[in-house]
Design a protein around this ligand. Structure first.
Ligand SMILES: [Zn+2]
Length: 506
């Protein structure tokens, strides 16, 4: 028995013009080979569906091949040549002959040519292997399409935000797929969707309203012998791809009605709470003024306007500019993506006094967004090679490699700059440059949800700030063209519409 196991992960921000190249499918990973033994070695101990697939297939004593394993930071559409190369590797390995496929995908990947990258990959696999069992693990922010549902045999989706259950999601997919292959079961997969675009701020399954939905999902999978897998997709607003919205996938042992009823039950709960899925947007200045007076430390402020792990540039300087104007002291800000300033800092050397135009060198014409750099004079406190081991719950075990990191210090603050575009997902991003966030009064980073896994345990307060930029939470600023309309809350009077996903499935 032979498996093909692969990873091809990218969350596409379709409103950004810059394409994502093949070399970017190595998020924070240090430029190593992305296939075969090197990919297997790099996955060991990682919190990823890929790592779970490898562990489980090895434990079951089956052969496997990893023709490609790559993950890029969220960004603009994947370049067509990169997509073709990755597909060729994966489909080519399947065409050589195998008994099953396990794929670690995102579900919101768009390319220059294909709006639904995952659906296209799965369709190509189906062409060379029409009856092959295909198990897929997807991100909670996936955009489910007819093609993904029709071509996959088993789909499981993360149940956590921040995503700390990537490994478990892989285990759930592999377990069901192994049962299919060993001919213990021949299950039925049903998927339904509703026209609800939840705020990303409201997608944490540990808090209502998402908790109410996720509790039911967990209950369905744990409770009934007839339901093998229950998964929910929160959707992803920055991927403007048809149909969009929230969806549920249920895999039942044999009875399609059981799965249909379960899917409808979950989505009804979500729809009834639709108003609670909308985060009111507070002006960032008001939030900043409030945060400044909070007692204790550190006060960790997360600006959601321009975040790397949602496809942002990590370079908008507006909120930091205002924090300086308001007189914040003992502030750490960053990471700011700015290779140009880093080059200037390297030329000047550690200890030098410099004046830099930090960040703000980016634009997104489709969103009428143009960055504005922040001029700061200060001393270069550190320049270090950004290679370190992540220790937090999300990136645990990952050998991070993000190019050079540098710190510019003034009397009131330290600004962390990075050569590569990254999000503060791990406390080590600060400690690696000699800044201990636990000892500082204010930390201003760019994130929405994912920073919480590592930073909540050390924070006196967590404050979400809706700054400007390409990942800001105000949906009315995005010119959606492809998602199905009407959709709540873009059209407030949208009625309940339960739609089927999959042209050939139940
Ligand atoms: Zn996600």
């Amino acid at each position: 028995m032979k498996f093909v196991i692969a990873q091809m992960k990218h969350e596409t921000h379709t409103f950004i013009s810059e394409t994502t190249s093949l070399s970017q499918f190595n998020a924070m990973g240090g430029g190593e080979s992305l296939e075969g033994g090197a990919a297997i070695a790099a996955s060991r101990g990682r919190n990823s569906a890929l790592a779970a697939f490898i562990d489980m297939i090895e434990a079951a004593g089956f052969d496997f091949e990893v023709p490609f394993a790559g993950e890029a930071m969220p960004s603009g559409p994947v370049a067509d040549d990169a997509f073709e190369w990755m597909c060729e590797r994966i489909v080519g390995a399947v065409a050589k002959g195998c008994d099953a496929v396990l794929l670690d995908l995102h579900g919101s990947m768009a390319t220059g040519r294909f709006a639904d990258g995952e659906g296209e990959l799965l369709g190509r696999i189906r062409k060379v292997a029409p009856d092959l069992p295909i198990g897929v693990a997807l991100d909670f922010h996936c955009t489910l399409t007819d093609e993904i549902i029709d071509h996959a045999s088993v789909i499981t989706i993360y149940r956590t935000v921040p995503h700390v259950d990537m490994y478990e999601t892989g285990e759930r997919a592999a377990k069901t797929l192994l049962n299919i292959i060993q001919q213990k079961i021949s299950p039925i997969m049903v998927a339904r969707r509703i026209p609800l675009m939840a705020s990303l701020e409201k997608m944490r399954p540990t808090e209502s309203p998402m908790k109410d939905v996720m509790d039911l999902i967990r209950e369905l999978e744990a409770g009934s012998n007839n339901i093998l897998n229950a998964s929910q997709s929160g959707g992803h607003p920055f991927t403007d791809v048809f149909p969009g919205g929230m969806a549920v996938v249920i895999i039942a042992k044999d009875n399609p009605e059981v799965a249909q009823e379960a899917a409808e039950r979950v989505l009804k709960v979500a729809w009834e709470k639709r108003n609670d899925f909308v985060e009111p947007v507070e002006p960032y200045l008001k939030t900043l003024e409030w945060a400044k007076n909070l007692p204790g430390h550190p006060v960790i402020m997360a600006d959601s306007g321009d975040i790397a792990a949602s496809g942002g540039f990590a370079a908008d300087m507006t909120v930091l500019k205002e924090a300086m104007r308001l007189g914040f002291e003992d502030l750490v800000a960053g990471p700011i993506h700015d290779p140009v300033s880093i080059r200037q800092m390297v030329a000047a050397g550690v200890g030098s006094e410099v004046t830099l135009d930090i960040g703000g060198k980016t634009s997104a014409p489709r969103l009428n967004y143009t960055g504005d750099p922040l001029r700061v004079s200060g001393r270069i406190r550190a320049i270090v090679d950004g290679r370190f081991k992540a220790t937090g719950p999300m990136l645990r075990g990952l050998s991070v490699s993000i190019g050079l990191m540098a710190v510019l210090s003034t009397e009131t603050m330290d600004i962390l700059l990075t050569e590569q575009r990254v999000e503060a997902l791990d406390v080590a991003i600060f400690t690696h440059v000699g800044i201990d966030p636990r000892e500082r009064k204010y930390i201003l980073l760019k994130s929405r949800q994912h920073f919480r896994a590592a930073f909540e345990p050390i924070a006196a307060h967590l404050v979400q700030i809706a700054g400007p930029g390409v990942t800001n939470p105000d949906f009315s600023t995005f010119p959606f063209k492809h998602i199905e309309r009407p959709v709540f809350p873009l059209e407030k009077d949208t009625g309940y519409r339960l739609a089927k996903l999959g042209k050939v499935k139940h």
